[in-house]
Design a binder for this molecule. Structure first.
Ligand code: BGC
Length: 760
């Protein structure tokens, strides 16, 4: 039995407390032997365990572990149960490698497809990201291993990654950049949260008390500890005051001393230090409860990695060539067929237990009579080489099918820098064009962490499979899909644009002079393309199957409901094709009328359902208060408004199969927002404001019409006067009538506001 944390804190010296709040090594916390406080080991992830061989060596090589597909791929499964299982399996490997906490998942939004680290992040949609992250965390933590939800918050680019100041308005922050963290914290209680390197509105992630204290700890009730990203702390004492509990990496004697001195000099209240100590000890002791050193079944984990890869791959185009049948001669082209591209560069780099070669796996799955040829097609260094193209064309000409395995060069995407463009290499584009000129049955298989543009070549190819950074077993997963052993069921967790210039952050990325302005606001991903009616290559939520699904019998649990009661949507889904398959049913909400502008649709629920041919299942998707609410910066809270909503049930964001319209009643009693600068429109739209203002209305409008030559008497229309007045602050309208007023415009507005206060 462990002693109570409070009594341990009482026995700790100031020096011991300060030391506990900084790592002992790059990967371990500081133990206090005399009090039985063990050390705790953390390790990178999140698509595998990067357990460094020597915790004292920051850049030491890591021990072998299963490398699962990265988050772009796992998110595209839309399968919360599968990612839960992945979490459990990852925890087993942590246990075997003596790791207490895995540093993941990463839930930053994909603001732009140029993000160098996008392969480690789930989606452009906060709802999908939150659900996947919560499930992953629950899976890992169900086995007594902790997680670190990262990077909190607004770490959406690698350019100037440690210093950039992200300028983001409150609504955008709340609706886009925080909800995935919020869902994960509330639904899954991660043991730790890792702060971001960058600044948000002028404050570093490590010193941002609004993020760490006000929102994370107080509003969301986070009970674990906040750890710094590695090297994210600048002022140790300020960071601790702001809610940053553990600084990593260690050792950092100067930081420990700074905390001690700050307490001694009264700059830092010891109770603040005690709170960090309490949080760290809570997790350290929890971690110690899980006995480490189990063994794991690497073969079973490899098989799971293959299944996840196959379920996350997205079939983007298919003219019927796939699944492959009995084609005799197959030309396999492209380096990625021999050298699997399965993970990205940086801190998440796993030392894989084994890596399947895509070409070998293809041969294993293909009918044994198939003949294969191989040509490299392009070289690893991304240089242009016509000879490689020519020899690939020769093979493709006489084949029945050409399979083009293409991977982005590592120099084009990694942690640490953003992507320069969304293009394949010049050589790869030339290769596709040359092959498709001689071979109509060309299938492109892509390995990349995030979208590439395709408009230059997609029309010429028969099929495209997005295979992502597919993990160590991905080579076999590609073969399973190409030959129909697995029916593809992945759908895009992010939009594939037609060109870079179409993307939401295009004119505001990566910022300049140390600042990046999130000018597109809440309109990222499909929210932007939908609003601007911009055509895309492939929409959010899209993916093909070898079968088809019919939607019927949509129902809502109530046509009229209260926001707090929520709603349940159900629909029948039938597999109308000849093979078993899985469909991802998506529910989007469209607010027909709102005070503040909202995106045309937002994902608020989804379910993945497996169906045999001719089978029908009814799926149900609950929608809660937040499915209808938006964050109103004026009230500084999530609000709902009475009104009609369309519930869009679809197979993708662009393929809506059924629409149900419902009426919602808000139960919120919102304070009146009228103030000295409120416009006439604001007054008339507020029920109490309207009542109070009404007696003055006639007089004010008439006089203003005359003053500005807009009134009916001056040949204008009443409508012109109203349009003119609606955008003026009531106070300013009074200015023009000052001579006829018995009091000053300011006093008159104050008087009206007092009446509103009294009556509301
Ligand atoms: C990354 C984190 C990672 C940490 C430890 C940082 O540079 O941003 O994601 O967990 O290093 O390797």
């Amino acid at each position: 039995m462990f002693e109570s944390i409070e009594s341990i804190i009482e026995k700790m010296t100031l020096e011991e407390k300060a030391a506990l709040c900084t790592g002992a090594s790059p990967w371990t916390t500081t133990p206090v032997e005399r009090l039985g406080i063990p050390e705790m080991t953390v390790s990178d992830g999140p698509h595998g365990v990067r357990r460094v061989a020597d915790v004292n060596d920051f850049v030491a090589g890591s021990l072998p572990a299963t490398c699962f597909p990265t988050a772009s791929c796992t998110a595209s499964t839309w399968d919360v149960e599968l990612i839960y299982t992945m979490g459990q399996v990852l925890a087993e490997e942590c246990n075997a490698l003596k790791v207490d906490v895995v540093l993941g998942p990463g839930v930053n939004m994909k603001r732009t497809p140029l993000g160098g680290r996008n392969f480690e992040y789930f989606s452009e949609d906060p709802y999908l990201t939150g659900q996947m992250a919560a499930s992953f965390i629950n899976g890992v933590q169900s086995k007594g291993i902790g997680t670190s939800l990262k990077h909190y918050a607004t770490n959406n680019q690698e350019s100037q990654r440690m210093t950039i100041n992200a300028k983001i308005d409150e609504r955008t922050l709340r609706e886009i950049y925080l909800p995935a963290f919020e869902t994960a914290v509330k639904k899954a209680k991660p043991w730790t949260v890792m702060c971001a390197y960058n600044k948000l509105n002028g404050k570093y992630g490590s010193e941002n008390s609004k993020l760490l204290m006000d929102i994370l700890k107080n509003e969301w009730g986070f009970e674990g500890f906040v750890v710094s990203d590695w090297g994210a702390v600048h002022d140790r004492v300020e960071a601790m005051k702001a809610g940053l509990d553990l600084e990593m990496p260690g050792p950092r004697d100067r930081r420990v001393k700074a905390v001690i001195e700050a307490v001694r000099s009264g700059v830092l209240n010891e109770s603040v230090l005690n709170e960090s100590v309490r949080r760290i000890l809570g997790i350290v002791f929890r971690a110690a409860k899980t006995e480490k050193g189990c063994t794991f079944n690497a073969v079973a984990h490899h098989a799971l990695a293959r299944q996840i890869a196959a379920d996350g791959m997205v079939l983007l185009k298919n003219n019927g060539i796939l699944p492959l049948k009995e084609q005799k001669h197959i030309a396999v082209i492209g380096l990625a067929a021999k050298e699997a591209y399965f993970q990205g560069g940086g801190s998440s780099h796993i030392n894989p237990i084994q890596v399947d070669e895509p070409f070998l796996e293809l041969k294993k799955v293909a009918p044994h009579t198939t003949e294969f040829s191989y040509s490299e097609g392009y070289s690893a260094d991304a240089s242009f080489d016509q000879q490689l193209i020519d020899s690939a064309v020769k093979e493709a000409t006489t084949a029945d099918v050409a399979l083009l395995y293409l991977s982005l060069p590592a120099s084009k995407e990694s942690e640490g820098y953003d992507r320069p463009d969304l293009d394949l290499t010049q050589q790869q584009v030339a290769l596709i064009k040359a092959i498709t000129a001689v071979q109509p049955n060309t299938v492109v298989i892509l390995n990349n962490g995030d979208p590439v543009v395709m408009s230059e070549w997609i029309d010429g190819v028969a099929a495209v499979l997005e295979a992502w950074m597919m993990g160590q077993a991905g080579g076999g997963a590609i073969a399973d899909i190409l030959y129909g052993k697995i029916n593809p069921s992945g759908k895009l967790a992010e939009t594939f644009p037609l060109k870079l210039a179409d993307t939401p952050a295009y004119i505001n990325f990566p910022g300049e002079n140390g600042e990046v302005r999130y000018g597109e606001g809440i309109f990222i991903g499909y929210r932007y393309y939908d609003t601007k009616k911009i055509s895309v290559q492939f929409p959010f939520g899209y993916g093909l199957s070898y079968t088809e699904f019919k939607y019927s019998n949509p129902k809502v649990s109530a046509a009229l409901f209260k926001d707090i009661d929520g709603l349940t949507i159900s629909v029948d889904v039938t597999n109308t094709g000849k093979v078993a398959g899985k469909e991802i049913v998506q529910v989007y909400v469209h607010d027909r009328k709102s005070k503040l502008v909202r995106p045309p649709k937002e994902l608020k629920g989804f379910v993945k359902v497996a169906l045999q041919p001719a089978e029908t299942k009814t799926v149900s998707i609950p929608l809660d208060f937040r499915a209808f609410a938006y964050f109103h910066p004026g009230y500084n809270q999530w609000i709902t408004e009475d009104g009609e909503f369309d519930i869009l049930i679809g197979s993708s964001s662009a393929d809506i199969r059924c629409v149900q319209t419902i009426t919602m009643q808000s139960t919120l009693k919102l304070p009146c927002l009228l103030n000295k600068e409120s416009t006439l429109r604001d007054w008339l739209e507020d029920p109490t404001g309207k009542r109070v203002f009404e007696p003055l209305f006639q007089q004010v409008t008439k006089q203003m019409g005359v003053t500005f030559g807009l009134g009916e008497e001056e040949g204008g229309t009443g409508m012109e006067t109203m349009n003119f007045l609606m955008e003026l602050a009531v106070r300013d309208i009074f200015y023009f009538q000052e001579t006829s007023l018995s009091m000053s415009p300011e006093d008159l507005v104050d008087d009206l506001l007092a009446q509103v206060k009294q009556q509301s």
